[in-house]
Ligand binder design. Sequence first.
Ligand SMILES: [Zn+2]
Length: 269
Amino acid sequence: MALHFDTPARLAHAWILTSPSQEDTQRASREIAAAAVCQRGVDVPCGQCRSCRKAFAGTHPDISVIRRLPDRNGNLRRDIIIDQVREMILDAPVLPIEADRKVYIIEEAERMNPNAQNAALKLLEEPPACAVFVLCTSNPDLLLETVRSRCSLLSLGGEEDAPDANAAKAADEYLQIVGSGSHEKLFQWIARNEGSMDEARTFVDAALYRVADVTAGRIFPDLLTPQQGMHLYRLLSQCAVYLRANVNARHIYSLLAAESFYESGKHHD
Ligand SMILES: [Zn+2]
């Protein structure tokens, strides 16, 4: 999957990229970074301009990568330490050198311990206008809920996992109903769509894709709040886990009926 954006201004200021493959999150983080600094200005990244070339070569002065550092013995530390985050906090308000934006990519973001995440949270809550933050992780559940809720979640799946068109349509209907807040419409939707285990699996996979698209602002802008998006993502992830464990499809649809609507206060840690 190659990421493209209409204009750099359309980029969210904070991202969580998630994939089991670190290579995938690394590649996508470079694409977002290139999009942020691309000189072409529309349909970014162009991949051709000087900024894009530097971004992909890892030599752009406005793109910083934060990752675990080696200790005295040359072994990687267990954590991304708070001093690294503090450095980012001091650097972020400083104007970029070459581009209109500066980008901070945090690899293995779940390696930030809670202190480091809390420090980073202040930056995510009031980000400098020119800064874009990209948190890469294999497991967003290891990030603090407060951090997750500030970021657009982009889940990177393999092309071969792309959902079929019918499932995507059912997923879009489901998301729009959840966005509308109507329990009645949700029950009607379930009555129409309730199916076998395989159908439930296909639907849940498709819905996870579409929720990621919604939270990244690529479809249905303003349909869901970040909290609603994150709630649905977690609910559907839970359904996917249950389905892998062969939990009855009927139970999955009951769970969707009971838990699809985000209720503030109920799901906070
Ligand atoms: Zn470019």
